[in-house]
Design a protein around this ligand. Structure first.
Ligand code: F6R
Length: 259
């Protein structure tokens, strides 16, 4: 695993956008997209790169990590709508190639299996963007999720619903259930890139990067992955014990591998 520490959130977002730009340039045809606030700077910089540097998403398929059960794709907080608003509407990514679980499906379990099959058939995902919850979740794999899980119906913890209340004007509006890619589904991507910024993420980042691999911190599965990159700002890196070493690696990185 590589840990890249940037001075601030904006710089971290630009760094992840640069990694994605390079992956597409080198032929990645399938992207895994996260929502929430962590990747917003990434998407803003991808839009800038599309407009100013010729980055093209033509021919790329995108798969969302998760979706709220009960929200139609037209709902402003459905993840299908968020990704459309933040990215798809501003670049040449074909909306028909953006795949999300259908949160209104009458049988969410069956919809989760359908989504997993579609993803597996199109995969492997070349690059998967991830955020991390303050409790260590990735996608909506809350602590206790099976490390071997596939896309399925999950119940959100009250902590996660409280965190996301800011998007819904209060916790009452936050759905209780989601369809989320499982940890094994996520782990099948060729490259996992996690972005975390701000002091509230410092504990989860330290547990994911330097803690034991355990279902209690689902993001720790990155330690088992052959190609995982964690991009954090200084605030989110605050509790990393090996921080000086990560800085050292960046200082002495061969130019060809730089960001
Ligand atoms: C969103 C997702 C979640 C978020 C996580 C962090 O698609 O899968 O795991 O990445 O809850 O959310 P933010 O970035 O809003 O702090």
């Amino acid at each position: 695993m590589e840990v890249v520490i940037r001075p601030d959130a904006e710089d971290a977002g630009r760094t992840v956008a640069g990694i994605i730009h390079r992956a597409i340039f080198e032929g990645a045809k399938t992207l895994g997209l996260a929502t929430g606030s962590s990747p917003l700077g990434v998407y803003a910089d991808l839009v800038r790169r599309h407009r100013q540097e010729g980055l093209s998403f033509a021919g790329v398929d995108a798969f969302l990590l998760d979706e709220y059960v009960g929200l139609p794709p037209s709902h402003p907080q459905s993840y299908a709508q968020v990704i459309r608003r933040e990215l798809v509407d501003h670049v040449d990514l074909d909306p028909a190639r953006v795949h999300a679980p259908d949160g209104t499906a009458s049988d969410p379990q069956q919809e989760a299996r359908r989504f997993d099959r579609t993803l597996t058939a199109a995969g492997p995902v070349g690059l998967q963007i991830l955020g991390i919850g303050v409790n260590g979740h990735i996608g909506f794999n809350e602590p206790g999720s099976s490390l071997a899980s596939r896309t399925r119906l999950k119940t959100l913890t009250d902590d996660t619903r409280r965190d996301n209340a800011r998007f819904f004007g209060g916790i009452e509006g936050v759905p209780r259930h989601v369809i989320t890619q499982g940890l094994a589904t996520i782990g099948a991507a060729s490259h996992l890139v996690l972005i975390a910024t701000g002091p509230h993420k410092a504990h989860a980042v330290a547990a994911a990067v330097e803690g034991p691999v355990s279902a209690q911190c689902p993001a720790a599965i990155l330690q088992l992955h052959p190609h995982a990159t964690v991009v954090v700002d200084e605030l989110a890196a605050a509790r990393l014990e090996q921080k000086p070493y990560y800085h050292d690696i960046a200082r002495h990185k061969p130019a060809a591998q730089g960001y």
